[in-house]
Design a protein around this ligand. Sequence first.
Ligand SMILES: C[S@@+](CC[C@H](N)C(=O)[O-])C[C@H]1O[C@@H](n2cnc3c(N)ncnc32)[C@H](O)[C@@H]1O
Length: 149
Amino acid sequence: MFSDADAAALYDLLNPWEPDSRPSDRFYDELVGAADSVLDVGCGTGAMLHWAREHGHTGRLAGLDPDRAALARARRRADIEWVEGTAADAARQAAFDLATMTGHAFQCLVSDDELRASLAAIRAALRAGGRFAFETRHPQARAWEDWNP
Ligand SMILES: C[S@@+](CC[C@H](N)C(=O)[O-])C[C@H]1O[C@@H](n2cnc3c(N)ncnc32)[C@H](O)[C@@H]1O
């Protein structure tokens, strides 16, 4: 991604959204399916929301990401809202049942200030009782030792 169209296309090839075979994708897919409105923060190329719409989600779906090349791919579906911006901009969206940060997007939030601003903005984008779901790597699992160098 990083505002490069070829890299964004490659990302989709290397990271297909597959809730049927990947437990981590299924975790989010079940939450999305149960929510009437979903804001995907750091949506990248939009694969999770594309899948949800293609598999019958009829509610409000919105994706937010600062990367223009990724968003350009996301925008191939016009029946989903796509917004350019960071997690700290999420407060401009309103009253979602569910906010997500998938695919380790949460790890893009690095400094304490950025984390605080992002969490506050995501909270502001949720209705009362809304939920925020995200994951991050557990450093002690040392996942990188199994990656193909
Ligand atoms: C590894 S990709 C994950 C994309 C998508 N969520 C997925 O599961 O395939 C991380 C995404 O986070 C986005 N990102 C980077 N900084 C961000 C920020 N401050 N707020 C929101 N998204 C951010 C990147 O542009 C990128 O699209």
